[in-house]
Design a protein around this ligand. Structure first.
Ligand code: DGL
Length: 264
């Protein structure tokens, strides 16, 4: 019999965004142990420099190393875009970056000629999505647009405010000028905004890449014999304001108790 691997799968993001990935992975891999780190003190990542983002990610990876994680899910487009290539060989676990993991699937979607990516300023400035997609399909026209205020709308639970609705609408109006076949939510916080997004564009037009990402993670863990067969724990950590994290997360994942405050 193959020995099962009880070590946790660790997730991180600047805040509650990564829970949109976590919820999907947990659903298809219910027998795993999990850790989640929300770097709320340094949120929003999308407005940070490359060296700041490398420093944040490195500290979180080292924390996960101490916690004996078997795999780390970069449930954050911004750090996948800006830090993955620089850090990927420095640790003793598998690393799954969202953009690099989903781009081959996005590039091969049926009858897509024009794809729009909405993401944070740092992700857009890196052009990580268009570069990765071009590796698999050079015939897709990729239009990238940043939505600077959207992450804070989610973290500050302002989803139902009129100002937030206008902020979302303004970006979608620019997206519509490009007339894309599909729109990729290139930041893990954006699925929280679906109730607003679908007021201005058909829901079917939006792609949450976490759907493909979760499948991809499962398959890779399976291929590497890293799966467990019994859930024992899930642990949540944040670098500031646990109450706020619990409240902001409610739409996607109901935490049973407050996350633990942790400085890495
Ligand atoms: N949710 C992250 C992403 O996917 C980071 C957002 C932020 O903190 O700016 O890019």
């Amino acid at each position: 019999m193959i020995e099962k691997d009880k070590r946790p799968i660790a997730f991180f993001d600047s805040g509650v965004g990564g829970l949109t990935v976590y919820a999907k992975v947990k659903k298809i891999l219910p027998d795993e142990n999990y850790m989640y780190f929300g770097d709320t003190k340094n949120m929003p990542y999308g407005e940070k420099t490359e060296s700041q983002l490398i420093d944040f990610a490195d500290k979180i990876f080292k924390f996960f190393e101490k916690e004996n994680a078997k795999a780390v899910v970069m449930a954050c487009n911004t750090t996948s875009a800006v830090t993955y290539e620089k850090l990927k060989n420095n640790y003793n676990f598998k690393i799954y970056p969202i953009i690099q993991s989903v781009s081959s699937t996005l590039a091969k979607l049926d009858s897509i000629k024009k794809l729009c990516i909405i993401a944070t300023p740092a992700t857009i400035n890196s052009h990580a999505y268009s570069k990765e997609i071009a590796k698999y399909n050079k015939n897709i026209e990729v239009y990238e647009i940043s939505a600077p205020g959207w992450v804070k709308i989610v973290e500050e639970h302002r989803i139902n405010n009129i100002e937030s609705i206008i902020e979302v609408k303004n970006i979608l109006e620019q997206v519509k000028q490009f007339n894309p076949d599909k729109i990729v939510l290139g930041c893990t916080h954006y699925p929280y905004l679906m109730s607003i997004l679908k007021r201005f564009e058909q829901e079917e037009k939006f792609i949450d890449p976490a759907v493909y990402f979760a499948q991809n993670i499962k398959q890779n863990l399976q291929e590497n014999n890293l799966l467990n067969d019994k859930f024992e724990y899930e642990k949540f950590y944040v670098s500031s304001n646990p109450e706020n994290f619990k409240k902001a997360s409610e739409l996607f994942y109901k935490l049973k108790r407050l996350p633990q405050l942790k400085n890495v």
